[in-house]
Design a protein around this ligand. Structure first.
Ligand code: PBG
Length: 332
């Protein structure tokens, strides 16, 4: 065998970069609409598409508009939509009961999507923050986010989403033992085919700011989420969280945020070889879309480059607000 230390001019790496044909031939990673889960914000009303100011190009949709968006996404080849409700202030309480109301926004939107496009996968969010007058993902007692009582509530929320027709449950709450509790409950009620995509390595990140505006949780939130979300300094801990969630019954795992945590994505894929997703979160979207809006970046190109990076880092797919826009370009 020839030595692998390339010597010039026998080795000219630029030979394979000369034309698009050559580049395509040796490309290691691919990106397509099938890689996307599209997060969609739902609000009350009819015929409404209301812009989210901190996320240029993103809107909150009424349920009828969500169904229409699902049709469009399906035509673009996007396999899944992830729902996030913007709940009216008067429905937010400390007991978060709206979270398991069979007719809450998320459940109504799930049914509307399934009616409009039965093949569209619906992923739902399990966490109490959109329904909590205190803004946290769990119940608050004396300033502490209580774990076990929150898990009981998350199970009720999970079952109400499964009954509405959700295909994939996405617990974003970061309570301990929730995956096991949810999995048991789903099996117990005959929902053995409902998948769980666990937010296994979710960091306490400042990149969630625009999302909290979008779901109306910014105002209520006191303090931070560092008591349950992960410390951005940690990597080994992410591996432990992924191992735990898989052992408890998660089918797929997520790393969140995405771009600043690509090292975690790669490590997760190499260590566990399970379906791995990254969430390109609201703040990442805002950085790119905001700079593009000002003409500081080429929006389409940074969008595709950032999405390809997730695939290269080992992810099977990515939750991204860019999904329809990127799919349109990738479809030519
Ligand atoms: C909360 C939740 C958050 C996101 C998804 N679910 C924010 C948070 O933890 O405060 C963030 C998504 C994004 O920023 O795009 N359960």
């Amino acid at each position: 065998m020839r030595p692998m230390t390339p010597t010039f001019p026998a080795h000219r790496p630029r030979r394979l970069r000369r034309t698009e044909g050559l580049r395509a031939l040796v490309r290691e990673t691919s990106l397509g609409p099938e890689d996307f889960i599209w997060p969609v914000f739902v609000r009350d009303g009819e015929g409404i598409e209301e812009p989210v100011p901190s996320m240029p190009g993103v809107v909150r949709r009424s349920v009828d508009k969500v169904a229409q968006a699902a049709r469009e996404a399906h035509a673009l080849g996007i396999p899944a939509i992830c729902l996030f409700p913007y709940t009216d202030e008067e429905k937010k309480t400390e007991d978060c009961a709206e979270a398991w109301n069979p007719d809450n926004l998320s459940n109504r939107a799930t049914r509307a999507i399934k009616d409009a496009v039965p093949d569209m996968l619906v992923m739902t969010d399990v966490a109490l923050d959109p329904y909590n007058s205190l803004g946290h993902d769990g119940f608050v007692k004396d300033g502490y986010i209580v774990n076990d009582r929150t898990v009981d509530a998350l199970v009720k929320q999970t079952l109400s989403q499964a009954r509405a027709g959700a295909d994939i449950i996405g617990p974003s709450d970061m309570m301990d033992s929730r995956i096991a509790a949810m999995r048991d409950a789903l099996e117990g009620e005959g929902f053995q085919n409902v998948a769980i995509l666990s937010y296994a390595a979710k960091y306490a990140s400042a990149f969630y700011g625009p999302f909290r505006d979008a779901v109306g949780a910014s105002g209520a939130l006191k303090g931070d989420k560092k008591g349950y979300q992960m410390d951005p300094a940690n990597s080994d801990e992410a591996m432990r969280m992924i191992a735990r969630d898989l052992a408890e019954g998660a089918d797929m795992v997520m790393i969140k945020p995405g771009m600043p945590y690509l090292d975690i994505c790669r490590r997760a894929k190499d260590s566990f070889a399970v379906p791995t997703f990254a969430y390109q979160v609201s703040g990442e979207y805002a950085m790119l879309a905001g700079a593009a809006e000002r003409g500081w970046l080429d929006g389409d190109r940074v969008m595709l480059e950032s999405l390809m990076a997730f695939k290269r880092a080992g992810c099977d797919g990515v939750l991204t607000y860019f999904a329809p826009q990127a799919a349109r370009i990738l479809n030519g």
